[in-house]
Design a protein around this ligand. Structure first.
Ligand code: 5RP
Length: 223
């Protein structure tokens, strides 16, 4: 069973003709994009807004029509993956480094659909190191402030040099033990000068699609 494929493909059922669709990043959304590409060939018509350069390139390969983010006021639906999902559908995202654009696009969306294989489902966030995107200028000081919040930051590397996001920034992957107060931590991290944003997506997911006994199941956010 390929759980990523099951949930990635299932999410495409939410897409309707004429929609503007936010296209997430990662190996689960990959399956959504493949299926979307097939549906476009069969006559569906949508316009996509990619959350990363990687997704933009894949969408172009699959001939998914794209529209500039500056040309829309609102996105009908966004499909994206997650690194962890807690029982209240709060998320850790950013394992693929796209968290800033992903959060901007999720926030602009009428509906935010998250695709998560069962390994991502947790009681409490925090086993997955929380990605924090940081401006390179003064990053060593920003790191010290993150440590004061009891985080253990590790500068993400790529081929022996600091990994750079699509926005030209660094990422600190931070271990916080259990994240029992995700809303407070999200605000505290984003209050540090130099932090662009962090991978906590609290209260944003409308629906999480995961797998139980080989079948897709839908978890709706309680409002
Ligand atoms: O947040 C993300 C990228 O920034 C991804 O959605 C997250 O890392 C999940 O990826 P995958 O579907 O490959 O497990």
């Amino acid at each position: 069973m390929n759980a990523k494929k099951i949930v990635g493909e299932k999410a495409v059922d939410f897409i309707q003709d004429g929609m503007i669709v936010g296209l997430g990043t990662g190996s689960t959304v990959y399956y959504s994009l493949l299926k979307l590409g097939r549906q476009l060939e069969a006559g569906l018509s949508i316009q996509g807004i990619p959350t990363s350069v990687q997704t933009k390139e894949l969408a172009e390969k699959l001939r998914i029509p794209l529209i500039g983010f500056e040309d829309v006021n609102e996105i009908d639906l966004t499909i994206d993956g997650a690194d962890e999902v807690d029982r209240n559908l709060n998320l850790i995202k950013g394992g693929g480094g796209a968290l800033v654009r992903e959060k901007i696009i999720a926030k602009a969306s009428k509906r935010f659909i998250v695709v998560a294989d069962p390994s991502k489902m947790v009681n409490t966030l925090g086993a997955f190191p929380l990605p924090v995107e940081v401006v390179p200028f003064g990053a060593q000081l920003t790191e010290k402030h993150i440590k004061k919040l009891n985080g253990e930051p590790r500068l993400r590397q790529s081929n022996g040099t600091p990994y750079l996001t699509d926005n030209g920034n660094y990422i600190f992957d931070c271990t916080f033990l259990d994240i029992t107060k995700p809303f407070e931590l999200e605000i505290a991290l984003n209050s540090i000068p130099g932090v662009v944003d962090n991978g906590l997506f609290n209260g944003m997911a409308d629906v999480v699609i995961t797998v139980d006994n080989g079948e897709p199941i839908f978890l709706d956010r309680k409002r």
